[in-house]
Design a protein around this ligand. Sequence first.
Ligand code: T3D
Length: 285
Amino acid sequence: MQTETSAAHGGAEPAPVLVEREGGVLVVTLNRPDKLNSFNEAMHAALREAMDIAESDAEIRCVLLTGAGRGFCAGQDLSDRVTAPGDAPPDLTRTIEANYNPLLRRLKALPKPVVCAVNGVAAGAGANIALACDIVLAAESAKFIQAFSKIGLVPDSGGTWSLPRLVGLARAKALALLATPVPARQAEEWGMIWKALPDGELMGEARRLAGELAAAPTFGLGLVKQALEASFGNDLDTQLDLERDLQGLAGRSPDYAEGVAAFMAKRAPSFTGRPPKGADTGGEA
Ligand code: T3D
């Protein structure tokens, strides 16, 4: 395992995000445990650097996102939002535009799977960042809280988009208006997340799953992700056309040839994750 510290991190304080390579998996750990890994500017900057690695390094074929300590992430660090009487209010338009929205867009557009291991409470933007990941596992003690309404805010980080799609409008409205915590088991039953696991099993299973995904046909998985995300904005005809085009691309990938050859030879496939020659991969080798 290779650990990298963020360049955005000065060195005197613990790094706000830990980045470790475990084979083809980039393990990204939010690391402000005393503040339940809530976001300050330094943590946003460090997470941007982790996303840079995930996007640009072709050896990385899966991201595993988790949190240090007893929480996953409590959203925005509210100690950075305290104002004195007479002060101008914080400009949340700017912070959303500069920090949260780019992160959400990058997680959704990353052409590799992102596994989230929700190790404890996920509140505010922390809940919605977790829900934006491709496969979400949660410890049984974890809970998801749309904490925004408790402080007069609107769910952000894609919450108003993902919640109604995941749990339906009735539950989405109640969760967002009441900020009712959703325990991990209930989140699994409602289809908000993939699985709730006993606390002691979470990280082992998350690493196993991320390792499995990192050995899978990465280029094809990126197309699967693209097709499923696009489906919400498409009618059936448009989606069928998209499937045709993406399948054409997938069919030219070396991993498809390998998958077919391995099946016919009754052996285990060995996938490289590489795109077809000449495919536009947004900069990847
Ligand atoms: O501002 C913008 O840029 C706009 C974007 C906004 C995005 C957002 O996420 S807005 C929503 C912000 N988050 C919240 O409102 C959640 C606040 N936290 C809580 O409600 C509770 O802490 C939890 C329900 C998450 C957990 O409760 P509990 O009882 O398990 O823990 P605790 O005792 O409340 O918290 C432990 C410590 O973490 C505590 O510090 P202390 O007293 O031990 O020194 C607490 O103050 C600190 N902490 C928890 N959440 C935050 C936080 N400190 C700063 N900001 C937080 N969000």
